[in-house]
Write a protein that binds this ligand. Structure first.
Ligand code: ADP
Length: 554
């Protein structure tokens, strides 16, 4: 303040000087008052600035043309702007295009004075282009006469909670979809005040379709013994009473908050479910929810039972087979021992009866001679039988020894061995011409061919020259051999059982034999994991087929 010139006062009258002095005093007093008001204003302005700067809300002042004239530091950092770069720009430049229309509507409401304060949430676009969800309020400020001055908006960044909300919504929808489509029966029950006796009430919050089918009910709890027994058999498949199992589950739930148990529900005779039941109590801020996940294992149990039954049946069959094999082995053993031990006495009978015949034949009467002849023939037959039986038993006990056999070599050996009978029968044997190797047991294979060919020659017709043809077909997995003769043939009804031991279709007088040959052939083929069968036309001839698999391994 400018100092007054004191000398000037001296020139004034006393009264005037007093007037001036009092005027000055009043002025000074008013000045003082204004000064302190100004200071108070400054202090409060500083305080508000602090508020604005520290407040977590962003504050923006917009003029009546829609341009930003002030933006608080929080608002600037929210939007990613520094200093003045945000200023004097139209506020609409920062609102997301899709939200501009609803934003404009609120501004209009303020202008039309429909509301003095509006609230809303809009997407704003941050400097780096990221949309922000800003939630806040707006006001139109006016002077004392009611003329609009500017808009004031304050807002909070709601993006995170918006995102959380979206995630929660998404998760909720996801969980619902999972529960709805789950193959397991699922339900959630509020059991906060539940007690099986005192208060058997609870509220089913969720129950999916599968669970409704399993329970045959939308919202029944099955929390009491009476209720549970309504949908369970009295006794579970493992022999335990249902009520005992149920009490165990309850106890476990009360003690450990979780339980797992296999359970059978039984609604009607033809409707039951085997369930693997998983139960858990969830404590959500004091609220107790029972989560039940019931896995339907009816089919699995059925399958398991079936397998169990089949296993038992198989075990029984195995045992039977074992007994059969054992008795068979004993029999075979017996056959072997018997035939082996009978060999010597029979040989003696044959040789001594021959001796007797030679020495006594002149002295014996005709009938006695016939008796003796009868003994000799029987003994010779018995000798043949014993020999064949021995061969048969040996074939059984001798394991196969696979070797690579050049087929032409096998033919050579066979031709040599068969030569006497071929010559005596004036027979013809045709062999396959191709040369190839076969993997088999040489002795057994030779024996097999020998038997079949000898049979072909034996069962020939007197009026027809015996002719045997051996052929081979090379199949992908096996060799198929065929031995064809032009002999007497076999009636169709006997085709199946001629491979049985001792099965003969003719008497000893017609054709000699023991009935062991074809049974031995079958055994030899089976020892090579092959098959044997016959096709025949009575009076025309027969073909014996057999296979030897390729790639046999010892
Ligand atoms: P065996 O030859 O000692 O009688 P097999 O076991 O070899 O005994 O044959 C059983 C029966 O099958 C024979 O008695 C015969 O009736 C019939 N059979 C076998 N081979 C032939 C064949 N090639 N042609 C006609 N019948 C046959």
């Amino acid at each position: 303040m400018k100092e007054f010139d004191v000398n000037l006062l001296d020139s004034l009258s006393e009264t005037d000087r007093n007037k001036v002095a009092s005027y000055i005093a009043t002025l000074q007093e008013e000045l003082q008052k204004k000064n302190s008001a100004l200071e108070a204003l400054k202090a409060s302005e500083n305080q508000y600035r602090d508020f604005i700067e520290l407040a977590p809300v962003g504050i923006t002042q917009v003029d009546l043309n829609g341009n930003i004239i002030f933006s608080s530091p929080t608002a600037q950092s929210m939007m990613g702007y520094d200093g003045d770069e945000y200023l004097n720009k139209p506020i609409f430049d920062f609102i997301h295009p899709e939200d501009q229309e609803p934003f404009a509507k609120l501004v209009e409401e303020l202008i039309r004075q429909k509301k003095s304060l509006v609230h809303g949430e809009f997407r704003w676009v941050r400097k780096d282009g990221v949309p922000l969800f800003l939630k806040g309020s707006g006001q139109l400020k006016k002077d004392e006469k009611g003329n609009p001055l500017y808009f004031l908006i304050s807002y909070l960044d709601n993006t995170k909670s918006k995102e959380t909300e979206r995630l929660l919504r998404e998760q909720g929808a996801l969980y619902q979809a999972i529960i709805k489509n789950a193959a397991e029966g699922i339900d959630i029950i509020d059991v906060s005040d539940f007690h099986p006796v005192k208060n058997p009430h609870g509220k089913v919050l969720i129950r999916n379709e599968r669970m409704k089918t399993l329970f045959q009910s939308e919202n029944e709890l099955f929390g009491t013994p009476q209720e549970i027994l309504r949908i369970t058999p009295e006794v579970q498949p493992n022999g335990e009473p249902s009520i005992v199992v149920w009490e165990r589950v309850m106890k476990r739930l009360y003690k450990m908050w979780a339980s797992q148990e296999v359970f059978r529900f039984h609604h009607r005779d033809d409707l039951y479910f085997d369930i693997e039941a998983f139960e858990q109590i969830l404590d959500l801020d004091g609220r107790k929810l029972l989560l039940r996940i019931y896995h339907d294992i009816t089919e699995r149990v059925k399958q398991e039972n079936l397998i169990e039954q089949q296993l038992q049946q198989l075990n029984k069959q195995n045992k039977d087979l074992q007994t059969y094999i054992e008795s068979n082995m004993q029999l075979e053993n017996f056959a072997y021992i018997a035939s082996h031990d009978l060999r010597a006495p029979i040989r003696n009978i044959v040789s001594f009866s021959n001796l007797l015949e030679r020495r006594l034949s002149d002295r014996l009467e005709k009938p006695e001679q016939e008796f003796l002849q009868f003994i000799i023939t029987s003994a010779v037959n018995m000798q043949a039988l014993i020999e064949d039986l021995l061969t048969f038993s040996r074939a059984n006990t001798n394991k196969r020894k696979l070797t690579k056999i050049p087929f032409p070599l096998l033919i050579d050996e066979l031709e040599k061995e068969l030569q006497p009978i071929v010559e005596s029968k004036k027979a013809i044997i045709e062999w396959p011409e191709e040369s190839f190797d076969i993997f088999a047991d040489r002795i057994k294979l030779k024996h097999l061919f020998q038997n079949l060919i000898e049979n072909g020659l034996k069962f020939s017709l007197p009026e027809r020259q015996p002719k045997i043809r051996v052929t081979v077909t090379h199949q992908p997995e096996e060799w198929l051999f065929a031995v064809t003769d032009n002999g007497i043939g076999i009636e169709e009804e006997y085709l199946n059982n001629i491979f049985l031991i001792f099965k003969r279709l003719h008497s000893q007088e017609e054709y000699e034999g023991t009935g062991i040959g074809l049974a031995l052939c079958k055994k030899l083929v089976e020892q090579h994991e092959g098959r044997i069968w016959v096709k025949s036309t009575s009076g025309e001839g027969s073909t014996f087929y057999f296979t030897i698999p390729k790639g046999l391994k010892d």
